[in-house]
Design a protein around this ligand. Structure first.
Ligand code: 4H7
Length: 221
């Protein structure tokens, strides 16, 4: 799978290449391309934002640099093109699974007051929001979407981890413990030290269900 990120702030994506996702990119299991929209500006000063028609506060991202960038990275419109914006459908796990079906995703990050509406109308397939709050740009949402999808690309994370998390089946995960068996006088639940895997599985399922009922009953509906 290939994910192309279009942004005016490519340096914001450095943290994405640390840790698990970075390793997957190095191992070529996943191709993440960060493209600077400014490189496509066809004006003397590489300007990419301008005042809004009709007035108002802030700046709007100009259509030309974005349109040219999109045409350059996906000339035959084979990719699924996403704009990260508060107007989009809220991102959820099932959405991530759906997006995994595409060979190539383009994530367009708006900044300032967002992008010229004609870019959205001409080039964007869907808008996605990561939740009901306001951010300075679509870069963090793009990283969230990218990280979430990348975990399910073959070979990025062990199959065992993915099976264990789906074990909760949309519910919350059971609590985890590691050594030492006693920390600050607090012991690990005894069943986890028993070596009885049927009992451990049963305990974990129960914990998962209890936690979900208590903290996120909406997930059980
Ligand atoms: C696109 C359009 C996404 C990007 C508008 C982006 C929250 C989310 C942005 C805006 C984002 C999310 C314009 C919205 C300026 C905020 C004050 C960048 N914020 N802006 N407004 N929830 N901000 O996914």
């Amino acid at each position: 799978m290939k994910i192309t990120i279009l942004t005016l702030f490519p340096e914001m994506f450095a943290p994405l290449f640390g840790s698990v996702i970075g390793r997957a990119v190095k191992a070529e299991k996943l191709n993440i391309e960060v493209v600077n929209i400014r490189d496509f500006a066809e004006n003397k000063h590489f300007k990419c934002d301008d005042y809004p028609f009709g007035g108002g506060a802030g700046m709007v991202m100009m259509p030309q640099p974005i349109g040219s960038a999109i045409k350059a990275v996906d000339p035959e419109h084979r990719a699924h093109r996403i704009y990260l914006s508060p107007k989009g459908e809220t991102f959820r796990q099932d959405k991530a699974f759906g997006l995994l079906g595409y060979e190539h995703l383009i994530l367009l990050c708006g900044h300032y007051e967002g992008v010229d509406q004609r870019v959205i109308d001409l080039y964007i397939d869907e808008e996605i929001s990561i939740g009901d709050y306001v951010l300075t740009g679509g870069e963090l949402p793009a990283m969230v979407v990218c990280d979430c999808i990348a975990r399910y690309v073959d070979g990025v994370i062990s199959d065992k981890s993915l099976v264990d998390e789906s074990f909760g089946e949309n519910g919350l995960e059971y609590p985890q413990y590691t050594r030492p068996a006693v920390y600050e006088g607090v012991s690990v639940p005894e069943v986890l030290l028993s070596g009885n895997h049927a009992d451990i599985d049963k305990w974990r399922r129960e914990q998962s269900k209890k936690l979900t009922q208590k903290l996120r009953p909406d997930l059980l509906d």
